[in-house]
Design a protein around this ligand. Structure first.
Ligand code: MN
Length: 241
């Protein structure tokens, strides 16, 4: 009987050992999975926190461009439309290779919804920094010389630019861009297009989406395009050439 008791006691110890080991293992697994969940929460937020996709600060008051562009249009266009592109992109890039990319890389390498929103952030950052209170006049310096040399005169350039902008079918942009040699060209882009996807540098872009002019000019896009030259900040635009 004694050996049996010893055997039983030994058996019980073995069972107890495995039970204890099992409980410890479960505890460890439980701790790990709880940590994993915490890590997931930290690594997969609802929206990217990168600062690469932000709106540029508006370099003037929202009423500074009146009467060419009304305060209401600036507040809606910059405050709501532009903000929506930023909010959309930050959600769309989560879990993609673009999550921490710089904005221009996203525009050059993406397509679909990511491209549309990234393109519009780049476009509107350039657009809203192309104006100033009491702007207008003619470009001077290297850009002014290049425009005169390549288009004949500033007036001829404006005519061609407005004709291209007026002819964009539906929502889009008209851009003045340059290549690496400094050659200027005018391009229509639909949707959120930007000439950087053609390997060019954007200099000046007019937004011809209806949201940019409809409150002030209704269907008269051509009138808006004629007026907008009165608020161009040629010093800032010229630095892009
Ligand atoms: Mn717009």
């Amino acid at each position: 009987m004694t050996p049996l008791k010893i055997n039983n006691f030994s058996h019980m110890k073995t069972i107890y050992f495995y039970l204890l080991t099992g409980l410890l293992a479960l505890g460890v697994i439980s701790c790990n999975s709880s940590n994993a969940r915490n890590n997931d929460n930290n690594n997969n937020p609802q929206s990217s926190t990168t600062t690469n996709f932000e709106k540029v600060a508006l370099p003037y008051e929202t009423d500074a461009l009146e009467p060419v562009i009304s305060q209401q249009t600036v507040e809606l266009h910059y405050g709501k439309h532009h903000q929506a592109y930023v909010d959309n992109l930050k959600k769309l890039v989560v879990g993609t290779k673009f999550e921490d990319a710089d904005l221009e890389t996203v525009v050059k390498e993406s397509d679909g919804a990511i491209f549309n929103n990234a393109g519009q952030i780049l476009n509107h950052n350039l657009y809203f920094t192309s104006f100033k209170k009491d702007g207008g006049g003619e470009p001077t310096g290297r850009l002014g010389e290049a425009i005169t040399e390549q288009f004949g005169s500033f007036e001829k350039f404006k005519e061609e630019f407005n004709a291209e902008g007026g002819a964009v079918f539906g929502s889009g942009w008209v851009w003045l861009a340059k290549d690496d040699s400094g050659k200027l060209s005018i391009h229509q882009e639909s949707g959120g297009g930007n000439p950087i996807t053609r390997g060019l540098t954007p200099i000046l872009g007019f937004d011809v989406w209806e949201h940019s002019y409809y409150l002030d000019y209704q269907n008269r896009r051509g009138d808006h395009l004629k007026e907008i030259w009165k608020i161009i900040d040629w010093e800032t635009v010229g630095q892009r050439y």
